[in-house]
Design a binder for this molecule. Sequence first.
Ligand SMILES: [Zn+2]
Length: 449
Amino acid sequence: MTTALDPLPNDPLTFLADNFDTLVDSPFEIGLHQIHDFAAGGKPHQLAVWGQGNYDSAKIVSDIQKIIAVEAAMFGGLPYDRYVFLLHLSAHGYGGLEHHNCCSLLYSRFGFRQPETYHRFVSLVAHEFFHLWNVKRIRPQALSAFDYDQENYTDLLWFCEGVTSFYDLVIPYRAGIYDAKSYLKLLSESITRLQAIPGRQVQSLSDSSFDTWIKLYRPDANSRNCQVSYYLKGEVVSLLLDLCIRQQHHNQRSLDDVMVSLWQTYGQTQQGYSREQLQSVIESVAELDLSHFWQNYIDGTVELPYAAFLDPFGLELVADGGEQPIPYLGLTLHNQTETGIVQFVDVNSPAQIAGLQPGDQLLAIDGFRVRPDQLHQRLPDYQGGARIAVTVFRDDQLKTYPVTLADPIPASYTLKPVPQPTTSQKQRFRQWLGIDLDQVTSQRSTCPS
Ligand SMILES: [Zn+2]
């Protein structure tokens, strides 16, 4: 039996919750799971693992201890007496849920061996653990007292989840689990994912936060075109905020100081913050008027001006067309079926303009059959501007649409050093990530692990 609740003194199998909120916030694991007890920051912790997998328990305990140490140092200690990590291993599981003194983690049982999948696991741990501050103790007013009978609306989930997603990549880097180059690669991947979503130009972070009850967890065929994840865009906007504060204060302040200030003002006192109070804390740490930033990138859908934030640190965002540029068609096939069913059609893409729709079954291009896995091999035979005939089944009706392909769009984005960095760019970068700018492109590893 494993739970974060404390047992009664004379009865180890009876647990006491002070109130209903604590009770529903305290999952129990009952069964034959593995229990690993360890200490961190002078406090007892437990890792309870349900299910088998290819994990090395000594290694994950050691890495969890490093994550705890980094987050505790940031906030000035651990605000609990005991903490429990409940880890469920299954075939393809991924996800987590934060609680006051514990978290539930769901992860793929064979995802521990390869470095890239292992980094995903440590990020998940860092994410849910960071929530013990950001969300469980530092919370928007709308989430400070739950009404269990109805939805609790807030336009600040981008801060709850986006900032936490930003830190789930930073913390393992600071803990030495991966190096600065890996960190920049992960940031590049996040930016690539964000820039691939047409909905970023339609829905703001505030609206995405507010609409979560009806939208984020109920995606449909048009979601990519009209929505953006407050996790993903919130993470990238948090990076820009962090860089903005760092630049203003010569790396002597960062988003960390915002979190510490929120912790001291709203976390330790257990008061919910309003959006005005949140903006005010960020502005007072930054010593900047951020109303323009808020209006454009949090309440608005203005494209994020990466260069303005990256250039002071000697970085630029480089678009990569891939080894073989593919003319832009704008449709995504369902990857779980082998039947070529169209899952998404990007707004204003050649496919949409031609009349193709989600649910169509792709059959042929220019009269020759295209199997789903062949689409990306066939398109490079054409140039942007070429006119092709796309044949589909719509329901049971055979239809052919003339489509004018567009020029290739970037397949990915990479954060790279600017060609000739100045001394101050080099200095700022080094103060930020602890390595030299020219090490970003060298093959040399920057960290023993
Ligand atoms: Zn979260």
